[in-house]
Design a protein around this ligand. Structure first.
Ligand code: SAM
Length: 268
């Protein structure tokens, strides 16, 4: 019986791709004592590698047609647990309820919702190793320049992202339109930025600063009601040029700048 891949579930599988799968295992720093969460095991290409190494692998798969295939392959392994569900609907408190390392070739159509879901549940997740569309990995992991966006900052606020390696589209079955990349996000367990600026304020400023990518920071921040004078004064205090654009600011620049605005709220 051959499996029919479903586009709607982003099903591009790493079938018979030992080289890529070995590399995933190597860079994901997988240890015997880890509990792994694999999102979207598909036909279990990566799952088999994980099960051979670690004590505990939990897989979450949405497509009921894959249940039998996965259970036939791995159902008798003691370290294998399969949850047939939409990852976005999983209640981590009830169904995961332990510290996990995520290692997965995720469905690309819900990349941002999956990352958000994992960040929301960061008390259970500290390291994320995922395969995503190459352009998305480049945007998330960009340290400076045009590729930086609200998405980059929304990951940097919670953890450190790193681009690990590229996987050409020909490695997948069926072959997708885009190349892929494997990347990591190591979530901070000290809430280093959250402790300085709360989430709501951080995103309000970041979204405003990026609201028009061609405009400089001063013009974009004016949309929040601050005067040009106050904005320029705060930038000067941090030795930042008034001609910079959002893409030129690091997460630390954002945190420092927002802190200055917050401290001088009365000056709006
Ligand atoms: N890990 C396999 C591999 O590398 O060969 C399959 C990866 S494929 C890109 C993505 C997998 O995620 C598919 O098995 C798909 O059915 C599953 N999937 C799609 N949407 C999902 C969701 N909302 N929750 C859980 N799994 C999902």
């Amino acid at each position: 019986m051959s499996f029919k891949h479903k586009k709607k579930f982003g099903q591009n599988f790493l079938t018979n791709q030992d080289e890529v799968l070995n590399k995933i295992i190597e860079v994901s720093n997988v240890n015997k004592s880890d509990s792994i969460l694999e999102i979207g095991p598909g036909e279990g290409a990566l799952t088999g590698y994980l099960l051979d190494i670690v004590n505990d692998v939990t897989c979450v798969e949405i497509d009921s047609d894959l249940e039998k295939i996965l259970l036939r392959k791995y159902g008798d392994r003691e370290n294998f647990k399969l949850i047939m569900q939409d990852i976005l609907k999983i209640d981590f408190d009830k169904e995961i309820n332990k510290k996990v390392k995520v290692v997965a070739n995720i469905p690309y159509y819900i990349t941002s919702p999956i990352i958000n879901k994992l960040i929301e549940n960061k008390k259970y997740v500290d390291e994320i190793y995922i395969m995503v569309q190459k352009e998305v990995a480049e945007r998330i992991c960009s340290k400076s320049g045009k590729e930086r966006s609200v998405l980059t900052l929304s990951v940097e606020y919670f953890g450190e992202a790193e681009y690990l390696f590229t996987i050409p589209k020909e490695y997948f079955t069926p072959i997708p339109k885009v190349d892929s990349a494997f990347m990591s996000i190591k979530l901070y367990n000290d809430n280093r930025y959250l402790n300085k600026v709360d989430e709501k304020t951080f995103f309000k400023f970041v979204k405003a600063t990026f609201s028009n990518k061609r405009k400089n920071i001063v013009n974009n921040l004016k949309t929040l009601g601050y005067s040009r004078e106050i904005i320029e004064k705060n930038l000067e205090k941090l030795s930042l040029s008034k001609n910079l654009r959002a893409e030129n600011l690091s997460i630390d620049n954002f945190i420092d700048l927002i802190t200055l605005f917050k401290n001088g709220e009365a000056n709006v």
